[in-house]
Unconditional design. Sequence first.
Length: 277
Amino acid sequence: MIKTDGTITLSDLPIICWRDVVTVVNVSAESDPDFPASNVANPSTALKWKHDATESPESAIEYFRIDVSGAQTINYVAIAGHNFSTAGVAVGLEIATDSSPIGGGGGVITPFVPNDNSPIIFLFTSPDAESPMSASNIEDLRIILVTGTSPAEMAVVYAGEYTVFEQGIQADHTPLPLAEEREIVSGRSENGAFLGRITISSQARSNASFANLSKAWVRAQLMPFLEFAAENPFFYAWSPLTYPEETGFAWLQNNPLPTFDIDGYAAVDFDMAGIVS
């Protein structure tokens, strides 16, 4: 799911969120002692942060803070492995400038309850649309959480500068959110009667092919991303304008290498696996 602050003009060129300033030391929140805030800095979706809601009534507003002082340009926050939909937690985003108190920052994304637990990508610009959001005018990013029937939880949070692909995906493509593969065992009795089916595991798998990428874009954007993605997952939206609900938290299954044609334009294939909810 993509949500914007209203200043972003979306297209259907794919978006990847991979540049990330979140660390184990620049996040803070009221936390269950067994599920600390620092867990969101680990890309494993098995580790969670969980809100300590022992003294928080339903509809109380809580804040998950990311200290971004000294960071480079920041125009996205992305969340994976959350329970906001099933727990009835409304989530939003505010930015803090000039040492504004908790709850006193600028509201960027108004809190809402997501339709599902798929990865969330918040896209925004700085309060001053003429300048990038940097250390000169922002200190905190604050994920707003309006508590629901169960404690809020998140597994992974990224914040940084997102990348828009220079070209769209080539034809014959299955979007990641529609490409769930399941390993299933079917039970049968001795006489062949059907006894049911059990899903052993599942993951989303997709292949995306890109062509006509310029030499400059490949060197400035693609190659740094491929170096990162060799070991790390990323947030991915294949068609932000038409299908903003279809986002994923993905990783590469192949080792993509750009190939250049005689005119100097490049093509590259991504074989991806990931989670979509």
